[in-house]
Design a protein around this ligand. Sequence first.
Ligand SMILES: [Fe+2]
Ligand SMILES: [Fe+2]
Length: 198
Amino acid sequence: MKKYNYKKVRNQVAALVKRASDSPDNFYQETVWRYHILPVVEHSIKLGKILKADLEVLELSALLHDVAAITDKKYIPDHHRHGAKMAGKILSGLALPEEKIVKIKNCILNHRGSKSRPRLSLEEKILASADAMSHFTELADMMFLVYGIHKLKTREGAIWLKGKLERSWKKIMPAGRQLIRDNYMAAMKILDKAVIKK
Ligand SMILES: [Fe+2]
Ligand SMILES: [Fe+2]
């Protein structure tokens, strides 16, 4: 196998995703880097260490998992498929070994709970869990999505977000649920209070 400098690859990928996040073309706005991408990286690595997964595959998958969605609004509905393709191109250009690229592409392709594809590898399961965990640990950013971007009113936004968080919770593996159970309880308490008011 050709020798590669992982740190260099990681830094180049991070710079590229941060640039996409900062771009005015990013529909979700620049907060996505700090409040979504980096927390997904952090959760992925934490779970990866507990479950002894490939941390390089996880870190690069987490950095790139939403790259298509933040690059162009038209990719959002199918961002798992576009993102896998984009990641393949980016990583081949950085001379990452082909077998790692294949694993990363599969992680990105299968990261979405709403698209019920079977998740085969440990890394695929971890990335999907980490993505869903970020919805609980970054509740303020979910509020920004609901009220700032989608412009919903208080109660309708709370109903939508509660449904979304219930789906996210089901997506998270037991080791992940254990890490964020307090956030889950707090989020549901806040949202229930808003939903109950008629
Ligand atoms: Fe996504
Ligand atoms: Fe995501």
